[in-house]
Design a protein around this ligand. Structure first.
Ligand code: HEC
Ligand code: HEC
Length: 233
């Protein structure tokens, strides 16, 4: 057993990517990162008393760099599709999601296993500071994919499927999938993560009334196509 969680934690996302991480080790690693966040969250911040906003920004950058980056990558650009990219995501959306993990209205297995514990340790002002930090990072460029599927996905994103009542995604997520306020940026996000979210929203494991109504009848190949298009943006 490692005694210093911080020494051990940085290897985690890499190990998960390669799939070399044994199932039974995973809870231990999540716990190690969780303990690190607990330590950081309890550290006194000298700057806070005199300059609350700057103090929170500095503390947010520290927590992001030492804790969140183990899974979400440096500056929010993750490598493994298990972990969503946060760089350049909409600030209001990010804050709402951390609160959703805290309130457990995102209750799919990955939310439960990875984010519930993290979210309980993040204070209300720190939620906003972390959202501000990640929204300010430059989004990563897209990842190319299968051209034929991307073409189908583009059509779905821009036009929807009128005959089945599927509204065009671009109406809310923006023409370039850049998002706005509570509507998440989808451009450049990992396709596997996007498909998983469409599935959990469809199964109502993630409470999202607006999205559920729109995608409740979307088929697996349609999800895959639209996700691959978005990942490539
Ligand atoms: C141990 C790995 C791990 C760590 C550490 C971690 N996360 Fe996450 N995070 C995840 C996973 C996995 C998901 C996807 C959850 C799902 O599928 O519902 C996620 C999802 C999120 C989302 C939702 C993104 C979206 O597009 O909806 C936000 C926001 C987030 N994390 C913020 C943070 C912040 C801030 C920290 C640091 C305090 C952090 N995470 C630390 C694993 C982690
Ligand atoms: C009427 C507005 C609206 C339309 C149209 C819409 N969405 Fe959304 N979408 C949202 C909102 C709001 C959220 C945030 C949900 C939440 O808070 O959990 C969201 C979330 C998502 C997410 C989760 C992103 C993440 O980072 O976890 C995906 C994926 C998504 N939408 C894909 C789509 C696709 C594909 C379409 C078109 C078939 C679409 N959306 C159409 C409003 C919309």
């Amino acid at each position: 057993m490692q005694t210093n969680p911080y020494q051990f934690a940085p290897h985690m996302s890499q190990r998960l990517v390669t799939g070399g991480l044994h199932q039974s080790l995973r809870p231990m690693l999540v716990m190690a990162i969780f303990l690190l966040l607990a330590t950081l969250a309890l550290l006194p911040h000298a700057a806070r008393a005199s300059e609350p906003a700057n103090g929170d920004d500095a503390a947010a950058a520290q927590i992001a760099g030492q804790v969140c980056s183990n899974c979400h990558g440096p500056a929010g650009v993750s490598v493994s599709p298990l972990f969503p990219r946060l760089a350049g995501q909409q600030e209001q959306y990010l804050a709402a999601q951390i609160r959703a993990f805290k309130a457990k209205t995102r209750s799919d297995p990955e939310a439960h296993n990875y984010m519930w514990g993290m979210a309980t340790l993040v204070s209300e002002p720190m939620i906003d500071a972390l959202a501000h930090y990640y929204a300010s990072q430059a989004p990563a460029p897209g990842i190319s994919g299968n051209a034929a599927r991307i073409e189908i996905g583009k059509h779905l994103f821009e036009q929807g499927i009128p005959e089945r009542g599927v509204v065009a995604c671009a109406n809310c997520h923006g023409a370039g999938a850049e998002g706005r306020a509570i509507f998440p940026r989808l451009a450049g996000q990992h396709a596997a993560y996007l498909v998983r979210q469409l599935e959990v929203i469809q199964r109502q494991l993630r409470s999202s009334p607006i999205m559920h109504g729109i995608i409740k009848d979307l088929k697996p190949d349609e999800m895959k196509a639209v996700a691959e298009y978005l990942q490539a943006q």
